[in-house]
Design a protein around this ligand. Structure first.
Ligand SMILES: [Fe+2]
Ligand SMILES: [Fe+2]
Length: 312
């Protein structure tokens, strides 16, 4: 019986069909998905902070409206993804507690500070751009609810990337001071953006099993290369450079060669040693505590409703 179920699961995955919430799935598959989707959801929610920091100081009404819409989108992405974990039997309250207590991770990119308004543009261009590279293949991931959430999320991410690039184009047409701000911001975000694809394949412990289950569709190094190839012509059109002396076109490979990010820094930030790790979690904890009355009111309302129905 158990063998039948496992066989059916394997066949579904091999046939590029989707595993749905009520289908049997191996425990490891369920656990891996909950961990990955939760980490993704946390990243969307924590990712609201670095840019949210600039909403009240946006230089025009137009920029403010765009930034507000973008940051709100990220909240929506978090909600779709937390809902996807619930279809696997996870409890959202529990996931939030794990995030606040540092027992679950989020993308280390959000532990870097946003120092100027150019960072809003560079985050849209490079950080949302890297997120798109990571997320487009996830639209074909084997778990149905996750794949469907990603389709919607990717559409919004492409708006995020474009608004960032358009903002940078505008700044590059401005004063020398503005162009310097853009270049300084690119210098600070380039390496952390490359780290968003995770450690090199040789050190990535989960990749092989995730690829076999078709949760993951490309390896970290493949995606990183794709991102570099995609970003170079965009940097040239913009008139900025990336802070990597090894970055150059390789005729033979038909791709760009590039240097290696500082993986010691990566692990240090992942382990909590980034500039903003503490601040991000403290802010999330406060928002969660401040919102407790909303959750209590919702539960009280639901109970009242159930009582009324029971009486009827
Ligand atoms: Fe997002
Ligand atoms: Fe985004």
């Amino acid at each position: 019986m158990a063998d039948d179920l496992e066989l059916r699961f394997e066949r579904t995955v091999q046939a590029e069909s989707r595993i749905e919430p009520r289908d049997w799935m191996p425990d490891g598959y369920r656990k891996t998905l909950i961990r990955q989707i939760a980490q993704h959801a946390h990243s969307e929610i924590i990712g609201m902070q670095p840019e949210g920091n600039w909403i009240s100081r946006a230089p025009s009404l137009r920029r403010k409206a765009i930034l507000l819409a973008k940051v709100q989108d990220e909240a929506g992405h978090g909600l779709y993804l937390y809902s996807a974990t619930e279809t696997l039997g996870a409890d959202r309250e529990d996931l939030t507690t794990k995030l606040i207590e540092g027992r679950q991770k989020y993308s280390s990119i959000f532990n870097y500070p946003t120092l100027t308004f150019a960072d809003v543009g560079v985050i849209g261009w490079l950080v949302d751009g890297a997120a798109i590279c990571n997320q487009v293949p996830l639209c074909r991931t084997s778990y149905g609810p996750y794949a469907r959430a990603m389709i919607r999320i990717c559409k919004e991410e492409s708006f995020h990337q474009r608004q960032g690039y358009e903002l940078l184009m505008t700044m590059m047409r401005g004063t020398q001071q503005q162009r310097d701000m853009v270049q300084d911001s690119v210098n600070r975000w380039w390496w952390p953006a490359l780290m968003m694809f995770g450690p090199p394949d040789s050190e990535s412990t989960n990749t092989e099993q995730s690829m076999a289950w078709r949760i993951k569709r490309d390896t970290n190094d493949e995606l990183r290369q794709k991102f570099v190839n995609m970003s170079m012509p965009q940097a040239e059109a913009l008139g900025v450079t990336f802070p990597d002396p090894e970055l150059k076109w390789n005729e033979e490979r038909g791709q760009y060669d590039f240097g290696s990010p500082d993986w010691d820094e990566f692990w240090q930030v992942v382990k909590g040693g980034g500039v903003c790790n503490e601040q991000r979690i403290a802010h999330r904890r406060k928002a969660h505590e401040d919102g407790s009355w909303v959750r209590e009111a919702a539960v009280a309302h639901a109970q009242k409703h159930a009582q009324k129905e029971g009486a009827a």
